[in-house]
Design a protein around this ligand. Structure first.
Ligand code: ADP
Ligand code: ADP
Ligand code: MG
Length: 494
């Protein structure tokens, strides 16, 4: 049984894992870089060890160093979080070899899931529909051009090792394809040291709908419902919600059955996510498996009532799932906003630096997973995700309005954030009506609408400020008058 977990990560996800471990009486070991000496995960873990310089390659990606800490601290398990080493099968292998329980799938299964081409091939074999595209890797731009002309532009060039929205390029003609081939290759090599490209039909006005998979070491599998993650920028998610407005009970069950098949096809164990695109005609196409705990898992926790980190630990301990599919019920509506440190108006460029003051929203059915505290720093070395703000409601609108209030309450001094953009989105008719697609921001000119909203807000604020100043000055005048009356009275008395 797992008694001491090393968390090979930082930020909000390290804190999230520590929370469940603490509750279960499991000891935790934090690791940190030069940059994270003052981070909350260092303070909240049972033990903490320095592992190197700020650059991820010198710390959070340094497998040997992390292994050294696992062995010296006596940790019997490792939780990789998301990003960093979480989908690195060499690392999972290293843990397996050293008898450290890796809380996630086996190295073999992870290796298969990490290659978008091989994974798609495994899905086709299991009769899970995938996005139409090249049947194999394309060896050069010339071959890609031929395939693109066969399936018809627009197409996507994708590195099979890409992730986090990187290593993907939309191209609409032969010239763009030649340039795109070079840039995808470069981006993938820069991110993971290798590149191999596939061509996929670009699906227009599509929705990103993913399913939570869950399979134990004995082959029992369930799905834990869907999440709709169509509000994105640069192929990265910004806002997620569950249930999806276009998934009814019949669809949920039908696609859910495919998801269980998908998990079996790659012999997946532990929690993972099967991502699909839903075309405008309602068809679902598998795109990839994320072989780890997903960033947006809290919204699924809210509607399922389960603690996913506990579930992960139980599965890693070899316990059989405590439920069958028919025991699982979806309850209510949950939304997540990824609060990023970025400047919406500078093409979402990261905004980093000290955060002298923070107010974190709270209240009934409001959950905020964050590493922020007054006096912390947002580092330029890591992901821009500062907080995940989640709300739950009995109805979608209850969850939405609760989110708007929570966004209003969230105060982060010192860096630019995505909060204003989210208010504009959540107040829009299109969002309210569930008219979602992965190009939502562009399709509905959300950035221009945000500019308008900010202008109105500024005008209202300055009107309010003038009104407040007048009231204040009237008050002072009356105080002065009162004081002079008082002193006159005193003088008369003397
Ligand atoms: P999710 O589907 O869980 O929301 P994302 O695709 O947004 O996951 O990725 C989560 C985080 O993991 C990203 O913000 C990014 O920092 C990191 N990440 C994922 N894949 C990669 C990769 N191949 N290279 C570098 N970072 C990655
Ligand atoms: P990553 O590993 O970076 O998460 P994915 O393959 O999951 O890459 O794709 C990320 C996003 O890119 C999707 O959520 C979707 O918005 C877009 N995308 C991917 N494939 C397609 C496609 N064939 N057609 C249209 N959009 C796509
Ligand atoms: Mg993806």
């Amino acid at each position: 049984m797992i008694e001491k977990v090393l968390i090979a990560n930082r930020g909000e996800i390290a804190l999230r894992v520590i929370k469940t471990c603490k509750r279960l009486g499991i000891k935790t070991v934090a690791v940190y870089s030069d940059e994270d000496y003052n981070s909350l995960h260092v303070k909240q873990a049972t033990e903490a060890y320095h592992i190197g310089e700020a650059a991820p390659a010198k710390s959070y990606l340094n497998q040997e160093k992390i292994l050294e800490v696992m062995l010296s601290s006596g940790a019997d398990a490792v939780h990789p979080g998301y990003g960093f080493l979480s989908e690195n099968d060499d690392f999972a292998n290293l843990c397996e070899k050293n008898k450290i329980n890796f809380i996630g799938p086996t190295a073999k299964s992870m290796n298969l899931c990490g290659d978008k081409m091989e994974c798609k091939a495994a899905m086709l074999k299991a009769q899970v529909p995938t996005v139409p595209g090249s049947p194999d890797l394309v060896k050069d731009a010339e071959e890609a051009t031929k395939i693109a002309n066969d399936i018809g532009y627009p197409v996507l060039l994708k590195s099979v090792y890409g992730g986090g929205g990187r290593g993907i390029r939309l191209v609409t003609n032969d010239k763009e394809l030649a340039e795109g081939f070079e840039s995808v290759t470069g981006e993938s090599i820069a991110a993971v040291g290798k590149s191999a490209i596939i061509v996929e039909k670009f699906l227009e006005k599509t929705r990103h709908i993913e399913y939570q998979m869950c399979r134990d070491k004995h082959g029992n599998a369930v799905h834990l419902f869907e999440r709709e993650c169509s509000i994105q920028r640069r192929n990265q998610k910004l806002i997620e919600q569950t249930p999806s407005p276009v998934v009814d009970a019949e669809t949920r069950e039908r696609i859910g059955e495919l998801v269980v098949k998908a998990a079996e096809a790659v012999d997946y164990t532990n929690l993972g996510t099967a991502e699909f695109l839903r075309a405008d005609n309602g068809e679902f196409y598998f795109i990839e498996i994320n072989a780890r705990l997903q960033v947006e898992h809290p919204i699924s926790e809210m509607v399922s009532g389960l603690d996913f980190v506990k579930l992960q630990i139980d599965i890693a301990n070899g316990e059989p799932l405590p439920f069958k599919q028919s025991d699982l019920k979806m309850n209510g509506y949950a939304i997540e906003c990824r609060i990023n440190a970025e400047d919406t108006f500078l093409d979402f460029a990261p905004s980093t630096g000290p955060v002298p003051d923070v107010t974190i929203p709270a209240g009934p059915n409001v959950r905020c997973d964050t590493y922020l505290y007054s006096g912390c720093t947002v580092s330029p070395f890591y992901d821009s995700l500062m907080a995940k703000l989640c709300t739950w409601g009995q109805t979608f609108d209850e969850s939405r309005t609760r989110m708007l209030t929570a966004l209003d309450d969230f105060y982060i001094q010192g860096v630019e954030t995505s909060i204003p953009l989210y208010k504009t989105i959540l107040e829009s008719e299109e969002y309210k009506n569930g008219d979602l697609s992965t190009d939502f921001l562009k399709r509905y000119n959300m950035i221009d609408r945000l500019t308008e909203d900010l202008k109105t807000e500024k005008e209202e604020k300055s009107k309010a400020a003038v009104a407040a100043a007048i009231i204040h000055s009237e008050y002072f005048k009356s105080q002065i008058k009162q004081n002079s009356n008082n002193s006159a009275n005193w003088k008369n008395k003397l």
